[in-house]
Design a protein around this ligand. Structure first.
Ligand SMILES: Nc1ncnc2c1ncn2[C@@H]1O[C@H](COP(=O)(O)OP(=O)(O)OP(=O)(O)O)[C@@H](O)[C@H]1O
Ligand SMILES: [Mg+2]
Length: 154
């Protein structure tokens, strides 16, 4: 299961994030791939807004993770850009971070390749001049089920 979208501007990225937010269930792990400035954090902001979170959404570039207590579950927003060695993931105590009760959104998952929980969905953002392309690909039966409910294939 795969879906793609053209995101014309920042508002479109936020809106797509809000769409992805509607059917999230605890236990899902979503990887966010794409170059610097591709819109990964913007998409997370859209997800959080879609879940009714009104506070500030900051990029956890230095802290590695930001935790949000939403009404239905906790959401972990990771940004692993500054990790130099995948083992930092373990050193930070993240091995069993998602016990099935939380949703994890992980920017720069390639920085901890081999140590992270496997993704249910990989979201790839690509910069096209002043806009973005996004592709979501399910990687597990649960990911497929999730994407089918919130994204029409194309
Ligand atoms: N669809 C879009 N079209 C044009 N600009 C966008 C779009 N979506 C987001 N942006 C802009 O892209 C810029 C970078 O966004 P963002 O910080 O979310 O990227 P990122 O992928 O998280 O980067 P990093 O890897 O540095 O964390 C922001 O200025 C944001 O407004
Ligand atoms: Mg970011």
């Amino acid at each position: 299961m795969r879906c793609t979208r053209h995101l014309a501007d920042e508002a479109a990225t936020l809106e797509f994030g809000a769409q992805l937010a509607q059917k999230l269930v605890p236990g899902l792990t979503l990887y966010l791939e794409g170059d610097l400035g591709a819109g990964k954090t913007t998409l997370v902001r859209g997800v959080l807004r879609g879940q009714g979170y009104k506070g500030r959404v900051k990029s956890p570039t230095y802290t590695l993770v930001e935790t949000y207590s939403l009404s239905a579950f906790e959401l972990y927003h990771f940004d692993l850009y500054r990790m130099h060695d995948p083992r930092e993931w373990l050193d930070a105590g993240f091995r069993d971070v998602n016990d099935g009760q939380a949703v994890s959104l992980i920017e720069w998952p390639e920085k901890a390749a081999g140590w992270l929980p496997p993704p249910d969905v990989v979201i790839r953002l690509r910069i096209c001049d002043d806009s973005r392309e996004v592709e979501c690909e399910a990687q597990s039966p649960r990911g497929t089920q999730y994407l089918e409910t919130c994204c029409t294939p194309c």
